[in-house]
Design a protein around this ligand. Structure first.
Ligand SMILES: *[C@@H]1O[C@H](CO)[C@@H](O)[C@H](O)[C@H]1NC(C)=O
Ligand SMILES: *[C@@H]1O[C@H](CO)[C@@H](O)[C@H](O)[C@H]1NC(C)=O
Ligand SMILES: *[C@@H]1O[C@H](CO)[C@@H](O)[C@H](O)[C@H]1NC(C)=O
Ligand SMILES: CC(=O)N[C@H]1CO[C@H](CO)[C@@H](O)[C@@H]1O
Length: 468
């Protein structure tokens, strides 16, 4: 079955938008596109223009614009990979129709993003003649691209290397001229978390409403050819799980077609190696989780199918004794929160000695896993609903109301600085977020919220620009 999906979003339109949005600082990068390819590179250029050369628009506007462009890029990339899936996993009419539905939804979202972008950019139209001319050239290219049907888009997977390296050169050049004026923050150059946009993905997946508690995400350090895989761990009875389930792509997860299906950790629940609680993470093809009935971190190696563990310090609270909470409720078996970021795996918990305040420990990827450095914070665990790590900085959330969650606190492990006034808000799709984790690869937050799998884009930067 061959499907023809007309690309209804006029891609060149993006360029008229980028043109309006482009800042006044001139960027000189040779662009001589000879081959036609899907416009990811070009999108990146638009994004780069909005980020790197940005001098004239206000920080507020820059932030807004950048979130929109990031969103757009995410959607187009997704669309591209979904189309690839459609082509590869061509196994019958029904699947095709469902995939098509997913793709149409994505296109609708892209359209909405573009409309939003349009209304945002109309407000500021500063541009040098130099940049205008470069954009004009790209626009011609985009008009050609628009004529591609989707299958040709899929074929265009071999990226235009020349374009890519030109972009890289420009980016490096621009970065070199923008001297950092801010002190370093965390372990990455990109600065503190500035905003969280979304939800992007919002799906009930394969088992709508069946599993209220769980976790999902993407391995930040995947095996080759598993880069697009997604995983989920559904808990039974708010407490246990004994397997991890995989999907070969995001659309497969949304549609509910699981390959290779479940990978079993223990034959039943609860036994020695059972997963306890929802805050699990997959990292380097291994699942890190709170071992059943123990104050320890377990690691299930997906290759060897074996479990090893590391004991947490004496006095660590476990078995649902020091959970994440808000005024109305505590989240059962959330004593240990596993997290991933650019530097690997972390565990967030509390001890009697720490008087119930959050304690953070690095988990090292040795065999068996070992504990690295520990930090003590002054935020009470029960006043927090969840935590995640990004760039060596711990962030904590609290419940505002059924629709809004706030990232209110941060702890920078590079300086030991705490900040109780982070004030970044997240729009929820359901009242309770039982697990929340950051993926350093796509800089997305993955949340499991009352049976729904939801993702958010994390945006970083100092006061005047975003960096990804
Ligand atoms: C952007 O908005 C203007 C005015 O509302 C409209 O004329 C134009 O067609 C829009 N562009 C796109 C690409 O939607
Ligand atoms: C964060 O993004 C949202 C949605 O894009 C926007 O409404 C909000 O103003 C942004 N917040 C900040 C602090 O820029
Ligand atoms: C998992 O097991 C495989 C095969 O025994 C080994 O090569 C790999 O290093 C292990 N992974 C971790 C994270 O220990
Ligand atoms: C920094 C950056 O990516 N600049 C780009 C701005 O847009 C023009 C398009 O004409 C590119 O040539 C620049 O590389």
């Amino acid at each position: 079955m061959k499907l023809f999906v007309p690309l209804i979003v006029p891609l060149w339109a993006l360029y008229s938008l980028a043109q309006q949005a482009a800042p006044s600082k001139s960027c000189k990068c040779e662009l001589n596109p000879t081959e036609e390819a899907f416009p990811h590179d070009k999108l990146q250029i638009a994004e780069g223009n909005a980020t790197d050369c940005n001098t004239h628009i206000t920080p507020q506007k820059a932030l807004e614009l950048e979130s929109l462009l990031l969103g757009l890029e995410k959607r187009l990339t997704q669309l591209h990979s979904d189309l690839s899936v459609l082509e590869e996993e061509d196994d019958g009419e029904l699947y095709g129709v469902l995939s098509l539905f997913v793709i149409e939804n994505e296109m609708l979202e892209i359209r909405q993003l573009m409309d939003k972008l349009n209304s945002t950019t109309e407000e500021h139209q500063v541009l040098t003649a130099d940049t205008v001319q470069q954009l004009e050239e790209l626009k011609i290219e985009m008009i050609k691209l628009e004529k591609f049907d989707t299958m040709e888009v899929v074929k265009g997977r071999q990226v235009n290397r020349h374009l890519k390296s030109a972009l890289e050169t420009c980016r490096i050049g621009v970065k070199a001229t923008v001297a950092p004026t801010q002190p370093p923050y965390g372990t990455c150059q990109r600065g503190p978390l500035r905003n969280i946009t979304g939800p992007g993905v919002n799906t009930q997946g394969e088992f709508p409403g069946n599993y209220a508690y769980g976790a999902w995400g993407r391995d930040p350090k995947p095996e080759m050819r598993k880069e697009n895989w997604y995983w989920m761990v559904p808990l039974t009875s708010s407490q246990y799980a004994n397997y991890i389930r995989f999907y070969s792509s995001l659309s497969a997860l949304i549609i509910g077609v699981s390959t290779p299906g479940n990978i079993q950790i223990s034959p039943s629940n609860p036994t020695t190696n059972t997963i306890q609680g929802p805050n699990n993470v997959l990292y380097g093809s291994a699942l890190y989780y709170n071992c059943y009935n123990r104050d320890a971190v377990c690691r299930f190696n997906l290759t060897s199918k074996s479990v090893t563990s590391v004991q947490l310090p004496k006095g660590t609270r476990y078995n649902s004794k020091s959970n994440f909470c808000h005024l109305e409720d505590c989240y059962a078996y959330t004593d240990l929160d596993l997290a991933t970021d650019e530097s690997g795996v972390w565990v967030v918990y509390t001890t009697t000695e720490a008087l119930g305040n959050l304690v953070l420990t690095k988990v090292d990827e040795t065999e068996p896993p070992t504990l690295g450095k520990t930090w003590h914070t002054s935020v009470y665990k029960r006043s927090v609903t969840n935590t995640f790590m990004a760039c060596g900085v711990l962030y904590a959330t609290r419940y505002i109301d059924a629709n809004v969650e706030e990232v209110f606190y941060s702890f920078d492990t590079t300086t030991g600085m705490e900040n109780f006034k982070v004030s970044i808000f997240m729009n929820k799709v359901s009242p309770n977020i039982f697990s929340l984790n950051y993926n350093p690869v796509d800089q997305m937050l993955y949340a499991y919220s009352n049976a729904k799998m939801v993702s958010y884009k994390a945006l970083f930067g100092y006061s005047d620009r975003y960096v990804s």
